[in-house]
Design a protein around this ligand. Structure first.
Ligand SMILES: NC(=O)C1=CN([C@@H]2O[C@H](COP(=O)(O)OP(=O)(O)OC[C@H]3O[C@@H](n4cnc5c(N)ncnc54)[C@H](OP(=O)(O)O)[C@@H]3O)[C@@H](O)[C@H]2O)C=CC1
Ligand SMILES: CC(=O)N[C@@H](CCC(=O)OP(=O)(O)O)C(=O)O
Length: 337
């Protein structure tokens, strides 16, 4: 018998990807799956690609239905996690894929979110200095936002090493449409997104305060772009160097920071990250360059928004919280082409 696991919001995109990973996990057993409008439906009817858990039935999302477990994943819309988590008995470990418990500053929360501020949980990015041990000791952990994960992994080591300035960081982060969730939205119809690229929430995206909080960036311009593909994030980060530097030096700082990390790979010179190389995996690809004209450092970062940007990372966190092998059940190889 493995650890008893429940997934709330299992009928959504992030919840579905969690089920796919959990079905193949050697130490975790899914004992409850919940939904909202889809409660009462079979998993196989909502997620036709999930064969091994196809006959499970989604229950209503209530604390009673989800509390008899070792660890609960919350893959619920913004604002729905905090109320449910508050009703869970102590002893139930929780990973929240949503944003209710990420921000530490109530003022930042009020600026970017509706609803009441809820206290921050341990921030769920194991590759940040000190976080792996904090996550392993925590009962409640807040998973990162998907754009935020791609940006933070690109920025954090350069600021920590004093190579880049915390001021005037500029990020353009392109996401596939599954990042917006499965709930119907006209802007996500195939006829709207196919053949189109468009920026959204320009200068006002909720992952900006999250990136600043996790990295120490002071001034950030963050521009998300929606791309006509189901999965993937490619973030391009431009930073001001503290003193003139070259691409090899920047690459060395990143490589040093992520030496031994199972999921983060700094690519050799001449190769650029590709979202397709990370699809279906928990992997992240990074590359560094220095713009010859401006001298700015440019870091590109690719991941699967449903992998290291959501469900893959959530399983990595659960592995740490349950003191399992951190990599258990997590693919490093993508699906290509
Ligand atoms: N998609 C992504 O790439 C990422 C998502 N996240 C976060 O993960 C969470 C889930 O996202 P995602 O899977 O994309 O969203 P989806 O819209 O695809 O899924 C939402 C899930 O929540 C359920 N739900 C909807 N309304 C309620 C409610 N009022 N009470 C309880 N359950 C409800 C839905 O059930 P039903 O369908 O049955 O109504 C569904 O299971 C969000 O907080 C999101 O921000 C984080 C990082 C990346
Ligand atoms: C393409 C798209 O719309 N993506 C979502 C991010 C999904 C995510 O990481 O969500 P949370 O921070 O809400 O958990 C967005 O930009 O709002």
């Amino acid at each position: 018998m493995g650890h008893r696991i429940a997934v709330a919001g299992a009928s959504g995109y992030a919840g579905g990807e969690l089920l796919r990973l959990l079905a193949a996990h050697p130490d975790l057993d899914v004992v409850a799956v919940s939904a909202h409008a889809n409660a009462g439906q079979r998993v196989g009817d909502v997620h036709p690609h999930l064969r091994s858990l196809a006959d499970r039935v989604f229950v209503e999302t209530t604390p009673e239905a989800l509390a008899d477990v070792d660890l609960l994943f919350l893959a619920l819309p913004h604002g729905a996690s905090a109320g449910l988590a508050a009703q869970l008995p102590p002893g139930v470990k929780v990973v929240d894929l949503g944003s209710d418990h990420r921000l530490t500053d109530p003022a930042a929360y009020a600026r970017y979110y509706d609803g009441d501020f809820a206290p921050a949980w341990t921030y769920g990015l194991p590759e940040l200095p000190g976080q792996r041990a904090a996550i392993a000791a925590a009962e409640r952990v807040a998973n990162t936002g998907c754009h935020a994960a791609a940006s933070i992994l690109a920025i954090a080591p350069l600021l920590a090493a004093g190579v880049a300035s915390p001021d005037d960081v500029v990020v353009t982060s392109t996401s596939g449409t599954s990042g917006a969730g499965r709930s119907p939205a006209v802007r996500l119809l195939g006829s709207e997104v196919m053949g189109d690229l468009t920026a959204y929430k320009v200068g006002a995206h909720r992952h900006a305060p999250e990136i600043k909080q996790a990295t120490g960036v002071r001034t950030l311009t963050f521009v998300p772009v929606l791309a006509p593909m189901p999965r993937g994030i490619l973030a391009t980060v431009a930073l001001r160097p503290v003193s003139a530097t070259g691409a090899a030096d920047v690459r060395a700082v990143l490589a040093d920071a992520y030496a031994g990390e199972p999921f983060v790979r700094v690519l050799p010179e001449g190769r650029q990250p590709r979202t397709s190389a990370t699809t279906g995996s928990n992997s992240v690809q990074l590359q560094a360059a220095v713009d010859e004209d401006s001298g700015r450092i440019l870091v590109t970062s690719a991941l699967d928004n449903l992998g290291k940007g959501a469900a893959g990372q959530a399983v990595q966190l659960a592995n740490l919280m349950l003191h399992l092998d951190e990599t258990a059940g997590l693919p490093v190889d993508g699906i290509a082409p």
